[in-house]
Design a protein around this ligand. Sequence first.
Ligand code: UDP
Length: 252
Amino acid sequence: MARRKKIYEGKAKTLFEGPEPGTIVQYFKDDATAFNAEKRDVIEGKGVLNNMLSEYFMNGLTQIGVPNHFIRRLNMREQLVRACEIVPLEVIVRNFAAGSMAKRLGIEEGTPLPRPIVEYCYKDDALGDPLVSEEHIAAFGWASQQDMEDILSLALRVNDFLSGVMFGVGIKLVDFKIEIGRVYEGDFMRLIVADEISPDSCRLWDMETGQKLDKDVFRRDLGSLTDAYSEVARRLGVMPKGATPMKPTLIN
Ligand code: UDP
């Protein structure tokens, strides 16, 4: 059998050429990185959980009419997605202050924000994904004014959807990051949600205890990352076969 062609290897995923033109296979690795890959580890089972969780969220977005790249899951670690041209921006939506924004502005983590705040970072690992303004985005031609309106609308729809889904299982959506892709349909270009939506790219806190159920568990050495992600998957009913639920000792 011919070996499939690798298109790109990122920190948490590898992309292969898909079986039909315009498709890509996304393979979810177990690698975890933080602080621009200064901290790294292999966390057994993380890729499987993120594959299942991203499928769950993207399918939900499709159900409510938010266009995204997901086509179907192929196996425990791979999913078939639409090929798209990634807009070189990380689109961050925040409902509560945390992480880099809490630090930058001296706001206590967990402080509710008066409205969702959307931030943009320029995707460039060598520069550490710097925060940029819409002025930079327009001046350097990363996205047009119309694109930015569509991106904002997509980001806020994803926020409302994800916040609601998480609320339903007792989890607070503090913030998250999405990436946006361009697809061409005849003469038209459309923007869709791409990449992944998983606890790697969200901040998720248990509503009762405040326990972190996201990548901060890895970033801040707070315990087992797979236990945390398994807990999110278990609550959403997408627990993969064979995965063990969170150990009770970690719940406080
Ligand atoms: N995020 C991400 N990838 C990045 C940077 C941030 O997925 O390269 C997510 C992160 O998990 C969090 C949100 O975007 O849910 C906001 O991250 P923040 O700017 O606070 O950065 P951090 O504190 O993670 O450096």
